[in-house]
Ligand binder design. Structure first.
Ligand code: GMT
Length: 387
């Protein structure tokens, strides 16, 4: 690296969600580049893995003094951010997800001084759900306007942030990314045998099983597909909708054709089993799981919600239909299952697109440019090696 290494604090949700995955993977990439990365969170980010040179973890401890009905985690986080920033002389504090992280970073900056630069990355429901809540709107707007730089994971999220919060400041586009050393097509033949016969196709849905994911639509699509093509559905992840989904599977008489895999760590191995990933979401600012599938050569059939069309090119790396149009989505899945040549064309296009558009080096470079920019430092051109 020809730039001066930085000291970067990162705060994210450490135990769930795509925003935590993106923040953790970014931290690992930055550390590989020689930057010093300090995670500030209530527990170790689940994707961090074993020891990494240049990576440090600072745990937020909540003060639960007896007068507090609700121990104030947000204040403890802000205080910890300020302490770490002062002790480690952080250059940048990069927070992922506006609520409460961007607000806490704003408070930390008041304690530390303007030399600490705050970068906020908006991930999705922090805007599309929480910024619709009138009781939070002004707070989120303040945190965004007071950040030294703001990024969002799709053009659609940038648009929605501006519209919902009436914000005119610059927002940088920083798509989600995947590490090609981890996400590539794996040999899934032996794993596949546990779930499907050789003649059966595998449909997969991976999520946190919340209402925005429309898992009911996943079942509608699968019910139609399996009437014409021998198939299995693999559901990966856990969340509040699961019991309802289990009942619906029984009502549809699909019990023997659906497998629940629960939460999985080795996502690249698991996704590589699939012929198609289903993502019919109501809201999806980007859809990291569709990118992970793409990098493993698996096309997505899903909705046109949010930023999904920026990721999945209709007809090239998958197929999209309006939210709730399970009929069209099922037809697209059938087209892929019945046409080997189409399936192979999609697979190749997926591998190509994930490497060129969403390569980890490219997006890491974008974030670094933003850090140097807010610090007012010269950046010589960063040339990522992608694709
Ligand atoms: O916003 C959320 O629902 C949570 C968040 C998360 O932590 O997983 O998901 C969002 O961030 C991901 C990473 O940037 C995106 O890939 C997801 O599309 C986005 N989820 C939604 O917009 C529903």
């Amino acid at each position: 690296m020809n730039q001066q290494p930085l000291k970067i604090g990162i705060t994210c949700y450490p135990s769930l969600g795509g925003s935590g995955v993106v923040a953790t993977e970014l931290g690992k990439l930055l550390a590989e580049q020689g930057h010093q990365v300090h995670f500030i969170a209530h527990s170790i980010p689940f994707r961090l893995g074993t020891f990494h040179k240049n990576i440090f973890y600072h745990e937020v401890e909540v003060n639960d003094y007896y007068v507090f009905r609700y121990p104030p985690y947000d204040l403890s986080l802000a205080t910890k951010m300020a302490q770490v920033a002062k002790m480690q002389q952080l250059d940048v504090l990069h927070v992922h997800y506006a609520v409460p992280h961007a607000v806490c970073a704003f408070l930390a900056k008041q304690m530390v001084g303007d030399q600490l630069k705050v970068v906020t990355t908006l991930h999705g429901t922090d805007i599309t759900v929480l910024a619709q809540d009138e009781s939070l709107k002004d707070l989120i707007r303040l945190a965004i306007n007071e950040s030294d730089a703001v990024t969002a994971v799709s053009q659609d999220l940038i648009r929605e942030t501006r519209e919902l919060l009436d914000i005119s400041r610059d927002i940088d586009l920083t798509y989600n990314f995947v590490d090609p050393r981890v996400y590539y097509p794996r040999d899934s033949r032996s794993l596949r045998k546990d779930y499907a016969d050789p003649n059966e196709k595998i449909m997969m849905h991976i999520s946190n099983f919340r209402p925005v994911k429309r898992v009911g639509d996943v079942l509608e699509i699968f019910a139609r597909v399996q009437e014409q093509v021998p198939a299995k559905l693999l559901l990966v992840g856990e969340g509040p909708e699961l019991p309802k989904i289990q009942c619906r599977i029984n009502e549809l008489g699909l019990g023997s054709k659906v497998h629940f895999l629960g939460k999985q760590d080795e996502i690249a191995h698991v996704i590589s089993m699939a012929d198609v990933l289903l993502l019919p979401s109501e809201k999806e600012s980007f859809g990291l799981v569709a990118l992970e599938a793409m990098a493993c050569g698996v096309p997505t059939v899903g909705s046109t919600a949010g930023g999904i069309p920026e990721l999945v090119t209709h007809g090239e790396t998958g197929f999209l239909a309006p939210i709730g149009d399970t009929h069209s989505m099922a037809q697209h899945v059938l087209d892929i299952c019945k046409d080997e040549a189409l399936s192979e064309r999609l697979r190749k296009a997926c591998l190509q697109r994930s490497k060129t558009m969403f390569c980890n080096e490219l997006i890491r470079g974008k974030y670094e440019e933003i850090y140097y920019r807010v610090l007012g430092r010269e950046v010589s051109e960063l040339k990522p090696v992608c694709g």
